[in-house]
Ligand binder design. Structure first.
Ligand code: SF4
Length: 427
């Protein structure tokens, strides 16, 4: 789910707004206009009526990503080496090089017999992702990558250094079928699910880059991974859960990151939230809510037509009960669309009705985008929204918006590079 990470939350759309006229911010909530998601065609729409369609179907595979060590658990890796006529016990050493030292280069693996190194790497460590672009922002503390996969599809990841942590936002799908009208990835539709190896490779690159001092401030340890890049992780459930194991499980199975630093974000696929709660993986669940009322959310998050706000919050609360992990409620504040104080009160009431202290709300300020319906709230409106939540006893933290100067929202860099390449071809 894209727009909830601190970086990918920066929703920006272009083009004229066909909604109500704007004046100075009214003092009373009841005087405020109501802009609707349908007041403007989605970004990239080819006609005024064009709307991306919600789709759960994954298009037929055009092939399969090459098998990778990270697709398999340790027993599977041993089996794969045995079948290739290689000593199975080497799977352990190969896994430590990959997950602990972030390398897939045979030359680094000097504890392996020289005669076998290349063959072992060729068998289980194929090259899965290639860098197309790397853009830096925030004084070098944020790096956004555009990757090309084995079949030419492209995905993005964003690495962000904070005072107390280093976080990678990963993609779990190429494109997305959830059709959110504010999201550049949603306009692409779903191309395919990423394999576990393709997800994990984004993380290995980030781990290596952080450790080598690639972010401003010197060497850092990758501590957090958030599934908030391209795609809806729950639609790629099996590969995402396998990736969660590789992220959390200690070496040689995986990277051994703390589950507390891992977040899976969703627009609200209720049965799969319930399934994830039963996996025994205490990762944080982030729900991209963006509206507490079904009327608005039906238009803003198309999957709401299937699972309503009440069902979603029930499942989120049950997730908290099962895992003990406080749920993050992501709320992008969009001027005159969802930023009314009565909506903050409704959200607080809905959360408090289910218990106290189980959810944390993250309002996300958008970039100012004059002329677009997807623009930031007035500062005093944002303050009123946050105050309303806090006064109702809801822990609320306004997110920062890292990388907003590098096409930070998910799908924007891929779309921008594609446009540039097309322009270059037609010149
Ligand atoms: S369309 Fe997909 S990637 Fe974009 S916000 Fe919706 S769920 Fe996230």
């Amino acid at each position: 789910m894209a727009p909830v990470s601190s970086t990918s939350a920066v929703i920006r759309a272009r083009g004229p707004r066909a909604g109500a006229a704007r004046t100075a911010t009214p003092r009373r909530d009841s005087d405020r206009v109501q802009v609707l998601p349908t007041d403007q065609p989605p970004e990239g729409a080819t006609s005024p009526d064009a709307r991306p369609r919600l789709s759960f179907a994954v298009p037929p595979a055009r092939g399969k990503a090459p098998r990778h060590l990270a697709d398999l658990d340790l027993a599977g890796r041993k089996q794969a080496l045995r079948e290739a006529g290689l000593p199975a016990f080497r799977a352990d050493q190969l896994s430590r090089h990959y997950f602990t030292h972030f390398t897939r280069d045979a030359a680094d693996m000097t504890d392996l017999p020289a005669a076998q190194r290349e063959q072992l790497c060729a068998e289980l460590l194929p090259d899965l992702i290639h860098e197309v672009r790397a853009l830096r922002a925030d004084g070098g503390r944020t790096i956004k990558h555009l990757w090309e996969l084995y079949d030419g599809v492209r995905v993005e990841s964003v690495l962000m250094r904070y005072r107390d942590r280093t976080t990678l936002c990963v993609s779990s799908q190429a494109g997305c079928g959830m059709a959110c009208p504010f999201c550049a990835t949603g306009q692409m539709g779903l191309t395919r699910n990423l394999s576990t190896g393709e997800i994990i490779e984004q993380i290995r690159h980030a781990g290596a880059l952080s450790e080598a001092g690639g972010l401003a401030g010197g060497p850092a340890r990758l501590s957090n991974v958030v599934f908030m890049g391209m795609g809806e992780p729950m639609v790629n459930y099996k590969n995402v859960v396998a990736a969660l194991h590789r992220i959390i499980d200690p070496a040689p199975e995986g990277f051994g990151l703390s589950a507390r630093g891992v977040t899976v974000s969703t627009v609200g696929l209720v049965p799969l939230i319930r399934k994830l709660a039963g996996e025994g993986l205490p990762v944080t669940l982030a729900v991209s809510l963006h509206a507490p009322d079904d009327e608005l959310r039906d238009a803003l998050i198309p999957v709401n037509s299937k699972w309503k706000v009440g069902e979603l919050l029930d499942a989120a609360h049950d997730y908290f009960e099962a895992t003990g992990r406080r749920v993050s409620i992501e709320y992008a504040l969009i001027k005159d669309m969802n930023d009314h104080a009565w909506r903050a009160q409704l959200l607080a009431d809905e959360l408090n009705r289910r218990g106290h202290g189980w959810a944390h709300v993250n309002p996300i300020p958008l970039n100012p985008t004059p002329g677009s319906i997807w623009t930031c709230s007035e500062p005093e409106v944002q303050d009123r929204f946050v105050d309303t939540l806090r006064r109702a006893g809801i822990t609320t933290t306004v997110r920062d918006t890292r990388g907003s100067d590098i096409d930070g929202a998910c799908g924007q860099l891929a779309t921008e590079v594609l446009k540039q390449e097309r322009a270059a071809h037609t010149r």
